[in-house]
Design a protein around this ligand. Sequence first.
Ligand code: FES
Length: 571
Amino acid sequence: MSKLNKLRSEYWFNSDSMRGFAHRQRLAQVGYSRSSYIGKPVIGIISTWSEISTCHSHFPQSVKFIREGIIRSGGFPLELPALSLSEVMVKPTTMLYRNLLAMEAEELILSHPLDAVVLLGGCDKTIPGLLMGAFSANLPCVVVPAGATINGSFKGIKIGTGTHTRKYWDAKQAGEVSKEDWLLLEETMTRSAGTCNTMGTASTMACIAEALGLTLANASTTPAVDSAHGRICAHSGELAVNLALKKITPSTIVTEKAVHNAITVYGSLGGSTNAVIHLIAMVNRLGLSIDLKKISNAVAKVPVIANLMPAGEYLMEDLHNAGGLLAIQLRIKHLLDLSAEMVTGERLETRLAQAKIYNDKVVLPLEQPLSSYSTLTALYGNLCPNGAVIKPVAATPSLMEHRGMAVVFESMDELQNKIDSDDLMITERSVLVLKNAGPVGAPGMPEWGGLPIPKKLLSKGVRDLVRISDARMSGTHFGTCVLHVSPESAIGGPLGLVQQGDEIEISVSRELLQLHISDSEMEKRSKTFKHKELATRGYLSLYQRSVQQAHVGCDFDFMLGKNNASDPIIF
Ligand code: FES
């Protein structure tokens, strides 16, 4: 076999050296003989299962099916666990560890005898983290999204994970939910394995992975507990063997065309604002560049046609029954580059030949979009020179053109202590500002951007305010929240200079976020600004010193681009 055709795993296993013996002898230790794996593509199954990652609780069964597909196609499966990153359980925030998962995935792939990988993730940061690592490693890969949990229902009302947590919490704070109902909600809101069933970050990133061409058709919308998920797993295993033999790497799939398609699909979904950060970070790992402004401009041209919570009415299971992501892609076919190639070897045009739309209430007609507003608008101005984002489709239209006095909190601690105090000076016209919630400041840029509405306004029926921070917001939430302000406050960004009572203007139509103080006042304040002290040990120290700002994807500054490692060196 020529060096060109040689499988990468053969450097480990097909050698007469002492090391070749040692590698084979270790597989023999667990019962394998040479015929199990020599000359066969070795496929890594990188699984983000852990017992506390409840969205991934079905992964042991998924892995079983992936293994079956790999073996069926003549490959040899090896399961490698990776950081599970349960969105709800990991503190202070999973975003602090997305880059750690990306580093782990890259090193897992490159340090082991693998010819291709199946990436098994779903809960918010897992697909971005796995793909960042896999893109840098640039070995053949296929993604299997976890799939969403099945539809939720409470007393006859369709409820979505995350979205209704916030809605019912606000109602509880306003005294409108009984203790008994609150307990019942806790026990019934999430009914099965799988990721959040709204168009939150997990669903958005699964759909983006599919739109990039990295999954089987409708893998992103198939519910976690649907029997079709097992078949998707098995076919993905088969596919990985084929990709390994043909040496089809992510860089040949994720081209400019694929990125265009992913941004367009994102725009049509009313997807999570988090997706922008992840997509920029992922694509930068392949040496492609996209920036926030370009994404915002592209998304502005795409009607939101997915009627899904938090902006709409339905859930992921409904989208799947309406034809899945294929139905969305079919509806916006004229906006997509149909020549883009998928991991399956088909072009998007061929894939869409099987697409059908079964429910116009879920996949809306182009002439009746969910809203006249778009999925994302980037804002600029003296408060966010490098940009900030808002999700207009999930915001209150009257608040998107607004001037109001700032009510400022220097930290999340201060906010929690004061937000419900009786002497908080606030009206429904105020602008809530939270500082020190960005990548360096928080640290890790938690999903604090949907700042709580003070109880005293909730009891008057107020359910939204203009809220500004350098944090992110859960993709399952809604509100007039300006997020990802860059540069962030903790490193001296203008957000750090805002004081109580300053006038702030937001104009989504003019893509503007402006602090109405004079340049000289801004300069005066910046002279006395104190930078945040950084951690001095451990991962946190590495993170705070190396993380980039939100508008460029929050990756580490030393991790950009592909890993140019050549063939493995086996001693
Ligand atoms: Fe896992 Fe929402 S908590 S996807």
